[in-house]
Design a protein. Structure first.
Length: 269
């Protein structure tokens, strides 16, 4: 039995096939647009001229103590600061952690009446913040994102951890280079209007290689590019006076600065 398509004349059959191809293409375009909208990229950027409260996102293990020095200095500068409490000691799924960041952001916005938040993510907390900014409900809420020593492209330390059974929880596995989470994140730039900065140290012993913190579309200075003699390591980043000063300046209302070696003395004071 001939199909309906086979019963058509050659000219009509070609016409039907062309129309079908066009409809499939349109469906694919609509699907991509819908997915982009769902990921929060089709939003009105927040006002860069108004600095809101700051959320500090701890790294793997969820230690709030690691961020207390930075939180204190930012409060002394007049900023409203909240250290985010991540579930499962920040060792569980990174997407679940980003959802917790979103919940905290909503609470802080309700408490302060602000229109947006600034986020500083330390170590793995920078990956969590990056996920919230691109895949969560961060777009339209986040104004600026600063990451400190964050393995945005993975760390070989986590890769080694995956080789020993039972020693590398979910977050550890997701921080290995080329993990599905990080591979996906590589293809998701920051939403339009969000200003980002990724800071790192050449002496990082946890993020290997340290250049994993470098992003193509985000300013990514090392501490040593500003203060060549700095020996700050991974754990010292949030407590370093130069780093703290750069974070404060990056979260101002003007453009994110471009620092040079001549700024080292000023930032260190």
């Amino acid at each position: 039995m001939l199909s309906r398509l086979d019963r058509l004349s050659p000219a009509r059959r070609r016409f039907v096939l062309v129309v079908a191809a066009v409809l499939v293409s349109l469906a694919m375009v609509v699907g991509v647009v819908a997915l982009t909208a769902l990921r929060g990229r089709l939003v009105t950027p927040v006002d860069q001229g108004t600095a809101g409260p700051v959320l500090l996102v701890p790294g793997y293990g969820g230690s709030a103590a690691s961020l207390q020095s930075l939180a204190t200095r930012m409060r002394q500068a007049g900023r409203d600061v909240t250290v985010v409490d991540l579930p499962d000691r920040a060792q569980g799924d990174l997407t679940t952690q980003s959802d917790a960041l979103g919940t905290t952001a909503a609470q802080v916005l309700a408490r302060t009446g602000a229109q947006s938040v600034d986020v500083v993510g330390y170590s793995a907390g920078g990956v969590v913040a990056r996920l919230w900014a691109t895949e969560g409900d961060g777009p339209g809420k986040i104004r600026r994102l600063v990451t400190l020593g964050s393995p945005l492209h993975g760390t070989d330390v986590a890769r080694l951890g995956t080789l020993v059974s039972g020693t590398c929880p979910t977050a550890c596995q997701q921080l290995a280079p080329d993990s599905p989470v990080l591979s996906r994140l590589d293809n998701e730039p920051l939403p339009t209007g969000v200003l980002g900065l990724s800071m790192w140290t050449t002496s990082d012993e946890v993020v290997q290689p340290p250049t994993s913190s470098v992003e193509d579309d985000v300013p990514s200075p090392s501490v040593q590019s500003v203060c060549a003699g700095s020996q700050v390591n991974h754990g010292g980043l949030p407590n370093d006076r130069v780093v703290q000063a750069m974070v404060l300046e990056a979260l101002g209302t003007g453009p994110i600065p471009t620092w040079a070696p001549g700024d080292c003395g000023r930032l260190s004071s």
